[in-house]
Design a protein around this ligand. Structure first.
Ligand code: NAD
Length: 366
């Protein structure tokens, strides 16, 4: 097992980047036999073990993979801290093509690296991974969350994530319009995937006017068959819709210079991670444009809340109840944003940082 930061092309660069956002530990994992090249980043374990998924992606360079894992692991600290969970933030990336390079041996070796961290990092499924890989990782370490129900796990987190997004959207509506009633509100959902589909259900039930887009017609057709009242729109025309709420549930970075010229909504509230192409630039730009942005890591925390319950003895009702708390947290963040005159993402970041630093100051450590 090779576990050395010196595998990085430039150790100084790595440490400088860790220093920038206060990362605790970065583990570079290499295994010649299986071809495994992975990086595990532990951002902060003040509140608890660092939980965050493993992503497999054909990164163009090691530097790009490092940048992604550092950014994502920090985001997990913020997400769990804001959700009130006793979990820290971590993430892992495996450099490779998820369609052609997966083997049982590779993921079992990866599981051994996770195990070597003695519970400081707990992994879960993310982009490019499936249950098959999670099962192989689980053979080597118990530090895995979000497993299928038949394996004693909490199963697909998407319905819980969608419920949290719905609660966050209602809080945003209350702040923007004075009422959280979504009846008659025009909502444009980008992404007819697991979260998008469950979100459509909540919104249709409440009487919202739902527009839905995806790049896959079969997914759209299946949801349209279940909810005939919704309107299907083209992938690019979603940005030009006359809508109250834009709900990105597909990709990151869809709130950018181009789309901000086109979006006519007054609220942005969706599940996708990293919706703001550049947090600092576009977080302020949405505010200047009079759009209330519900920070993604605040309202898409249902999935991690679900995982956290798995560790305590899974109880789906309790997970849903805790997820409903996103409504109150979101109201609090929107209020702080208004009072301080700062973008909502910044108010959310500051609230998360405050929880972590106050626990640290009190000597409370995992
Ligand atoms: P998914 O893969 O099931 O669905 C994503 C959908 O987006 C797919 O149907 C895909 O075809 C569509 N899509 C891709 N590119 C598109 C484009 N350009 N325009 C329109 N549609 C496009 O994923 P999901 O589980 O539904 O998650 C949705 C988003 O929420 C992802 O960004 C994910 O990272 C994030 N998220 C999900 C969870 C969860 O519990 N599933 C938790 C937190 C965050």
């Amino acid at each position: 097992m090779v576990t050395t930061s010196t595998k990085a092309a430039n150790a100084e660069l790595v440490l400088a980047r860790m220093e920038k956002y206060d990362h605790e530990e970065v583990l570079f994992c290499f295994d010649r036999t299986t071809g495994l090249r992975a990086i595990i980043a532990i951002h902060d374990t003040t509140l608890g073990p660092a939980l965050g998924g493993t992503r497999m992606w054909p990164y163009a360079s090691e530097a790009e993979a490092l940048q992604d894992v550092l950014r994502l692991s920090r985001g997990m600290t913020y997400k769990s801290a804001l959700a009130g969970l006793d979990l820290g933030g971590g993430k892992a990336v495996i450099i490779g093509d998820a369609r052609t390079q997966k083997t049982e041996a590779m993921f079992r070796r990866f599981g051994q690296f996770v195990e070597s961290l003695n519970g400081r990092y707990i992994t879960a499924e993310d982009v490019g991974m499936s249950t098959v890989e999670m099962v192989n990782i689980r053979k080597e370490t118990s530090n895995v969350a979000g497993l299928p129900e038949e394996m004693g796990g909490s199963g697909d987190p998407s319905p819980v994530t969608a419920y949290g997004v719905y609660c966050g959207m209602k809080a945003a509506a209350r702040t923007a319009y004075g009422s959280d009633d979504l009846n008659g509100r025009k909502v444009g959902i980008q992404g007819a995937g697991n979260v998008g589909k469950a979100l459509v259900g909540h919104l249709v039930k409440e009487g919202a006017v739902v527009y839905l887009t995806d790049i896959h017609d079969d997914k759209l057709a299946a949801i349209k068959a279940e909810y005939p009242a919704i309107t299907v729109v083209g992938p690019d025309s979603i940005y030009d819709l006359d809508m109250d709420i834009y709900s990105p549930c597909a990709l990151g970075a869809t709130v950018n210079d181009d789309t901000l010229k086109r979006l006519k909504c007054s609220v942005i509230a969706g599940a996708a991670n990293n919706q703001l192409a550049d947090e600092t630039v576009h977080g302020k730009a949405v505010m200047d444009k009079g759009i209330l942005y519900a920070p993604d890591f605040l309202i898409n925390a249902g999935g991690i809340i679900n995982c956290a319950w798995e560790r305590k003895g899974y109880n789906s009702k309790a997970a849903m109840n805790q997820t409903a708390g996103i409504y109150e947290t979101a109201l609090r963040i929107f209020k702080a944003s208004t009072e301080l005159g700062i973008p909502t993402y910044l108010a959310a970041n500051q609230a998360a940082e405050h929880r972590v630093s106050s626990m640290r100051a009190a000597g409370i450590r995992f």
